[in-house]
Design a protein around this ligand. Structure first.
Ligand SMILES: Nc1ncnc2c1ncn2[C@@H]1O[C@H](COP(=O)(O)OP(=O)(O)OP(=O)(O)O)[C@@H](O)[C@H]1O
Ligand SMILES: [Mg+2]
Length: 319
């Protein structure tokens, strides 16, 4: 297993069989900081669906963007925790960090890795797999972000057919994964437009506060535009995040969102949960940090719903 020092972010490999308790104390050999660590849940501890046998042809990956122009609505958190939940259900998952903030990359404990920028600039004969990181979690790969990603907006935004750049580069990877999840930034421009053009489904995380409902409206209008111009098949679903059922305002906005977007809202919702914040400090998905955590289970429920959508041919268009 890999543990990450919460102070200096150094990563260490530990022999899991020598750790007897689920939570234990670790001492960083680099900065000497002592911190609490958690043994990851073994995949066997969680019921898993059948993975395709190696001989079975894999249908092309479903591509899902997690998108909302509003900042801080749990896009990155959803990308990571939905991704690990799908992997625990036996799916092979690629996470793409498509945000120059690199929060998804950092959340998995990586920094300064090759990114989509490097993949794009490489000679055509270099296989795209070279840019993927096999994470410490079974079935979960990452295409990281790094500081060079900022150049993509400068170099390509507005160029002819720039919206298709990601879609074209991902094509050779589609038969290697079941799901590709793309974390997008809280802005439009190059990254979001490429992600939406590439996606079968857009998950729109939103909090239950007044201004967030406007954010949902805006992204749905943008998705409509993308549907008309570059990706007629894209669908969308709203996901309630950071939900606090004790707050009256949350309850009121929740009912309003349910009314407006009825069948286009996921049944699973994600409550505000301190375990998620703690897991982030440890650079871990929450289900591995604490397998009994409420948000960990809620992200597993979301993954089940996403699998069902695939079975029933995708989500309807949110209007
Ligand atoms: N269910 C939750 N409970 C508690 N904290 C949460 C939850 N979901 C997300 N957070 C916290 O909220 C903050 C924002 O989350 P996150 O970074 O995922 O949002 P984002 O939409 O990706 O932000 P940005 O727009 O900057 O990319 C983070 O500190 C994260 O740990
Ligand atoms: Mg983010």
């Amino acid at each position: 297993m890999i543990i990450v020092c919460e102070k200096c972010q150094s990563r260490f490999k530990l022999d899991e069989s020598r750790i007897k308790t689920e939570r234990f104390k670790a001492r960083c050999s680099r900065c000497h900081h002592v911190f609490a660590a958690t043994k990851p849940v073994s995949a066997q501890a969680i019921p898993m669906a059948d993975a395709p046998s190696p001989t079975e042809a894999r249908p092309p990956a479903k591509v899902i963007s997690i998108s909302n122009q509003k900042g801080g609505v749990a896009k990155t958190t959803t990308c990571l925790n939905l991704g690990i939940s799908l992997a625990l259900l036996g799916k092979r998952v690629l996470l793409i960090d498509f945000d120059v903030q690199s929060n998804l990359t950092i959340s998995l404990g990586y920094q300064n890795k090759l990114s989509f920028y490097d993949m794009l600039k490489a000679a055509p004969q270099v296989p795209p797999e070279r840019y993927l990181v096999e994470t410490a979690y079974d079935g979960l790969c990452l295409l990281p972000s790094n500081k060079n990603m900022v150049l993509l907006n400068k170099q390509y935004f507005g160029a002819p057919h720039y919206e298709y750049i990601l879609r074209d580069r991902l094509r050779p990877l589609l038969d290697q994964f079941d799901y590709i999840l793309i974390d997008t930034p809280p802005s439009i421009e190059f990254f979001t437009l490429n992600a939406l053009t590439t996606s079968d489904l857009v998950i729109i995380p939103t909090q239950c506060d007044y201004l967030s409902t406007h954010g949902v409206d805006q992204i749905l209008k943008l998705i409509d535009l993308v549907r008309q111009k570059t990706n007629p098949a894209v669908t969308a679903r709203v996901l309630i995040t950071l939900y606090d059922q004790r707050a009256t305002a949350s309850q009121v906005i929740y009912s309003k969102l349910q009314q407006i977007y009825r069948d286009q809202t996921f049944q699973a919702l994600i409550n505000t949960d301190d375990k998620l914040r703690e897991a982030q400090i440890m650079s871990m998905p929450v289900i591995h940090y604490d397998k009994g955590s409420r948000s960990g289970q809620q992200y597993m429920d979301l993954a089940q719903e996403v699998l069902q959508l695939a079975v029933h041919g995708g989500a309807e268009h949110a209007q």
